[in-house]
Write a protein that binds this ligand. Structure first.
Ligand code: ANZ
Ligand code: ZN
Length: 882
């Protein structure tokens, strides 16, 4: 038998055993449900290093929790719809379906090779009618609940292909031109009716909810906050006159204190007033028409003056009214009061259109020069030229203005837009709607679901448009001829609720079983790439709320703890197959790769892939394996106990406690370090003396169990060699046999003492030390140190210390102790271990000193007439080397 660890063979064997024993299948009545989920992969066909890292994290955590006795759900599935499959179909003269299925087969095989422990009986694939029928069903329920809107929206349009293009289908050329991905014709904009989910109904709740997501990284929460963009302000009503009619137009402003500086009113081209004005005014009509087809940077600060006038609600002054492209239709109310003196955009607009700039806010710092003609003053300050409000500070003025005038009312707006889910492409869930000339858009009845995708055809536009048999249908309401909706859903819809399908993958009365969801939700730990900080992670929060309001779910916040995974870098760049700098798991073997990605850094940090560090992960495995093998093969052990066995036993306990803590916090890299250190200690222990059978074996078994979540094949192999009971994947998580509180302090004391010995040997140039004495301080010093720590160091006078020490201790000794202590910085701040504990610890650890220096070591307590007594301090024994 060889002690070389044959990865391939070991992996294959244990994967076979795990599958045979169904170790990852979930017990239906879970007593302690824990849901661990990695964001399911898009079916690109290859598993890249980002995936491996992501799934190594969930797998390690899932395994750890399982060993802790939880019922762990750790499922896997496929985010299988999307544009790349369509592209691939064109490139390879294939079709999206077979391409996707081939990708899935390949990726599943790779995941299995990695030994990730999934409950494959729950596998889901979003491009299968089994799954996407529920997207359609949910679309209908959302529709009935008023969460779906059908509205005109401006989209990318290729005049040559005569089709709408998703943003991802628009390529940006080096010249900056935006062109069609297929024919390279410059892309224009067009208005089309599109489907939306009204996520904005939940803007407030989605925003507020972020505060309570304590298990989410702050960075992700902040990104979501900015995305939702909650803004408090004031809604101000202006009366607008055009001819005989008067309309009330609301504007939204965050700076009502500037209201006396308003010199015009502007509405967006999509505003109702703009439409009405366009009907009667050709210039307005032309302008509105033109900007609709322009990109925002082309629009700039263009605008058109109208014949309408607005009445300033406070001064009664008449202000000109503009239609201006810089006013955004779906921000605030789609209308602004223009205050050129104090707002950047209004200033730019006023310069362009020769509008008056009237300053009404003076900086509080009066020395500040402002030239409002050349730039606006956007800060707060003291009001001027503002009627009764002149002289007030911005904030006070704001409060009074709102209190005094009905035309001003507190309001909140959001940057968040409704979610446009329409995609004019083939490889997605067909939207279950039929368009009838008489009845308008009509939902497909439940009994006719799913609306299945027809066969793929190659064409210039949307393949669904080309399918007459798909398109032409009957109106479910009036039976007349009708056209089926050819838009499909954004694939983010698929991933907004897949985590619920995993809970009851075969359920056929609905998308998921509400009772199961009640038992399992929320997801305990969700792990994924940080590129999903906004869209996906916002959509799942929206869906959970919508589903809750539909009575299908009883959990509005679907993810308890989020781990947002960092990037794997190679030469400082993101490792990816498209950059050609990727390393495949095959190159280093599954387990080395897993162990390396986990031990390299905290999950949320980026790290650099280096062959050298991979080597470290590899060596650790070889080490553990060869130690286990050596133990069973030449079991030269001893039965009687010696003091240093106790040191080892405690180190084992300490390591268990430390590793447990690290796993709890996803700090696998630190767990790996602890494991490595214990392995080194065990090796040293074995070389120092014949090992104590039971203690040493426990050490090795503990290592096997501790590393099993990260390197399960190795864990299993070692566990098996050492005759551990059953399989390590199903074993109980090891427990310390003793109290291990303060274990870090103990460890530090031993390390520091070893360092001190080294220093002395070094400085005194002692070649071969014969005897090393470690002298622990007298008892009273520990009491004195405690006393000093409890009080403010400054008022610790000699008398109070003497009193606290309460024994007949020599006054001079105490004075010396105090004086020395005051000289030192640093070390003295940590509470020392108790006197006895320190001494016992050093006795157990003495073998390390002997082992390193080959000297006899004695540990003893200092006594008053001892010349070392003065030197010894709590936490720092005196050392004599001869
Ligand atoms: C008057 C005003 C005076 C404003 C002032 C600001 C400063 P920010 O700029 O991010 O704080 N606004 C409102 N609706 C808009 C729309 N549909 N399109 C473009 N701009 C719009 O955003 C708030 C400000 O954006 C609002 O406050 C409004 O201009 C403008 F000295 O009102 B403010
Ligand atoms: Zn009809």
């Amino acid at each position: 038998m060889t002690s070389h660890y044959d990865h391939a063979q070991v992996q294959e064997f244990w994967q076979y055993v795990w599958e045979r024993d169904d170790v990852y299948e979930l017990d239906e009545d879970a007593a302690d449900p824990t849901y661990v989920l990695g964001m399911f992969p898009y079916t690109s066909g290859t598993l890249h290093m980002g995936h491996v890292r992501n799934y190594a994290i969930t797998d390690a955590y899932a395994r750890y929790r399982r060993m802790q006795g939880d019922d762990v759900l750790h499922p896997m599935g496929w985010d299988a719809f999307g544009l790349p499959a369509e592209n691939a179909a064109y490139e390879r003269a294939s079709d999206p379906e077979s391409w996707t299925q081939a990708c899935i087969r390949r990726m599943r095989e790779e995941l299995e090779t990695m030994g990730f422990g999934y409950d494959w009986s729950r596998e889901i694939t979003t491009c299968e009618p089994e799954y996407y029928q529920w997207n359609q069903w949910l679309f209908k329920r959302f529709y009935e609940e008023g969460l779906v809107e059908y509205e005109a929206a401006s989209v990318n349009w290729c005049p040559d292909c005569e089709t709408v293009l998703a943003d991802a289908q628009v390529a940006e050329q080096e010249t900056g031109d935006r062109v069609c991905w297929r024919c390279e014709t410059p892309v224009g904009r067009r208005e089309l009716d599109q489907w939306f989910f009204t996520i904005t109904d939940y803007a407030d709740e989605l925003y507020e909810g972020l505060d309570d997501l304590e298990g989410w990284p702050d960075g992700v929460r902040e990104i979501q906050r900015n995305w939702i963009g909650r803004q408090e302000g004031v809604r101000i009503t202006f009366d607008v006159q055009r001819g005989e009619t008067t309309d009330a137009v609301d504007v939204f402003s965050t700076r009502p204190d500037t209201i006396y500086g308003a010199t015009y009113l502007a509405v967006s081209p999509g505003h109702e007033l703009a439409r009405d004005l366009a009907d009667a005014d050709e210039d307005v009509a032309e302008y509105v028409e033109r900007v609709r087809e322009q990109d925002p940077d082309e629009v700039g600060f263009s605008g058109v003056e109208t014949d309408a006038t607005a009445v300033h609600p406070l001064t009664g002054e008449e202000l000109p009214v503009y239609v201006a492209g810089y006013v955004l239709e779906d921000v605030g109310t789609g209308a602004v009061m223009g205050v050129p003196a104090h707002n950047e955009r209004d200033h730019a607009f006023a310069r362009e259109h020769d509008l008056p700039i009237e300053g009404v806010i003076a900086p509080t710092d009066a020395t500040r020069e402002v030239d409002l003609e050349s730039e606006p003053y956007t800060g707060e300050g003291i009001l001027e030229d503002s009627g009764d409000y002149s002289g007030l500070e911005s904030e006070t003025a704001r409060e009074r203005l709102v209190a005094d005038h009905d035309a001003l009312e507190e309001d909140v707006t959001y940057r968040l837009r409704d979610w446009l889910i329409s995609r004019q492409r083939y490889w997605g869930t067909p939207i279950p709607v039929v368009h009838c000339d008489d009845c308008g858009p009509v939902l497909v009845p439940d009994e006719d679901l799913p609306v299945e995708l027809p066969e793929f055809v190659r064409t210039t536009g949307n393949p669904l448009e080309e399918h007459d048999s798909f398109r032409e249908t009957e109106c479910p309401e009036c039976g007349g001829p009708a056209r089926r909706e050819t838009d499909t859903m954004d694939t983010f819809v698929d991933s907004s609720w897949y985590y619920l399908r995993f809970l009851s993958p075969d359920y056929d009365d609905g998308p998921f079983d509400t009772e199961r969801a009640e038992e399992w939700m929320p997801i305990d730990v969700y792990v994924g790439g940080d590129e999903h900080a906004v869209l996906h992670l916002l959509y799942i929060r929206f869906f959970a709320r919508a589903l809750s309001d539909l009575g299908l779910l009883d959990c509005r916040e679907p993810v308890e703890e989020l781990v947002s995974q960092g990037t794997v870098l190679y030469d400082g760049e993101k490792m990816s197959s498209s950059k050609g700098n990727s390393v495949t798991p095959r190159e280093y073997g599954a387990e080395t790769t897993r162990l390396f990605v986990l031990s390299a850094a905290h999950p949320e940090q980026d790290f650099e892939w280096t062959a050298n560090n991979v080597r470290g992960a590899y060596d650790l495995q070889q080490d553990l394996y060869s130690m286990a093998t050596a133990f069973v093969e030449d079991g030269d052990t001893r039965l009687e106990r010696r003091p240093h066995d106790e040191y080892l036993a405690r180190e084992i306990d300490r390591t268990i406690a430390a590793v447990t803590e690290e796993y709890e916090r996803f700090r696998f890299h630190r767990a790996a370090t602890e494991i490595r250190e214990l392995a080194q200690l065990l090796r040293r222990y074995r070389e120092y003396d014949r090992p104590h059978d039971e203690t040493y074996r426990r050490g090795l078994l503990t290592l096997a169990a501790l590393i099993a979540p990260m390197a399960p094949h190795l864990g299993e192999e070692c566990w098996n060699k050492l005759r551990g009971e059953g399989l390590v994947v199903e074993a109980d998580w090891p427990e310390p046999e003793r109290e291990v509180d303060d274990y870090r302090r103990e460890r530090r004391l031993v390390e520091r003492t070893l360092e001190d010995v080294r220093d002395i040997v070094d400085v005194a140039a002692i070649d071969e030390p014969e005897r090393i004495e470690l002298v622990v301080a007298e008892e009273w010093k520990y009491r004195a140190a405690d006393h000093l720590r409890e009080r403010e160091e400054s008022d610790a006078d000699l008398e109070s210390v003497l009193e606290a020490v309460d024994a007949d201790v020599d006054r001079d000794a105490v004075a010396t102790f105090l004086a020395e202590r005051a000289d030192r910085t640093g070390r003295g701040t940590e509470p020392a271990l108790e006197a006895d504990r320190e001494r016992n610890l050093l006795e157990r650890a003495a073998w390390l000193v002997t082992d390193e220096f080959g000297a006899d070591v004695t540990v003893r307590r200092a006594t008053g007439d001892d010349e070392l007594a003065t030197k010894a301090r709590p936490g720092k024994p005196a050392i004599r080397i001869t």
